[in-house]
Design a protein around this ligand. Structure first.
Ligand code: UP5
Ligand code: MG
Length: 195
């Protein structure tokens, strides 16, 4: 990380809202590194020598939230190792404990530019994940895990978004539209962002 504070955009929204898809598009068009907390956890759990694999996998399957110390460390390492300064942090923070853990580790060290909130109705989210589940190999793209993921999102992550709304950081995007339309709306937000 450079001497100036790195810029961070948190990217939130329900399971299947399109966070990853849009982050990929953003990273292609803008100077941002895409860090998906979920992907980092899946990669860590897949390491043959990982001591955390069992614990992480249980959380993924149950749609519950991995202890913040684990997720935060993975994010911090990925930020450091990238050598870059602008980050899209996809799927984090998911609850109050995540915010507290992040603040403990990162307070004053990063500039949070905004929270991109991909707002998508539950039915569409579930349908997208089930469709993806036919080929994704993700242990949580099934009806049982999805029920739990949706509950966790509603109970734990929506309050996080509401909290950031009070700080005027949230940029809400209608994520039920097609990928290109969603990306147009994203561009409108990013082109007006202060660095
Ligand atoms: N798709 C995307 N956009 C579309 C559009 N506009 N129209 C039609 N189709 C669209 O998209 C999902 C699917 O929909 C894809 O097939 C895509 O082609 C299509 P994607 O972009 O992958 O959506 P995304 O929002 O990224 O969905 P994802 O399933 O990744 O969201 P989750 O938030 O559920 O998953 P994540 O990987 O972030 O987290 C998984 C688990 O990790 C959590 O449940 C939790 O257990 C754990 N976790 C933590 O504990 N802590 C963290 O900080 C993060 C994760
Ligand atoms: Mg994702």
């Amino acid at each position: 990380m450079a001497a100036t504070k790195p810029n961070v955009i948190f990217v939130l929204g329900g399971p299947g809202a399109g966070k990853g898809t849009q982050c990929t598009r953003i990273a292609e068009a803008y100077d941002y590194v895409h860090l998906s907390a979920g992907d980092l956890l899946r990669e860590e759990a897949a390491k043959p020598d990982s001591t955390l694999g069992k614990e992480i996998n249980e959380h993924l399957k149950n749609g519950s939230i991995v202890p913040v110390a684990i997720t935060c460390k993975l994010l911090e390492n990925a930020m450091k190792n990238s050598g870059k300064e602008n980050f899209l942090i996809d799927g984090f923070p998911r609850n109050k404990d995540n915010i507290d853990g992040w603040q403990k580790a990162m307070d004053g060290k990063v500039n949070i530019q905004c929270v991109l909130f991909f707002d998508c109705d539950e039915k569409t989210c579930v349908a997208r994940c089930l469709e993806r589940g036919k080929a994704s190999g993700r242990t949580d793209d099934n009806e049982e895990s999805l029920k739990k993921r949706i509950i966790t999102y509603n109970e734990s992550t929506r309050p996080v978004i509401q909290m950031y709304e009070k700080d005027n950081l949230v940029k809400r995007i209608d994520a039920s539209n097609d990928v290109d339309k969603v990306f147009q709306d994203v561009q409108n937000v990013l082109n007006n962002i202060k660095s």
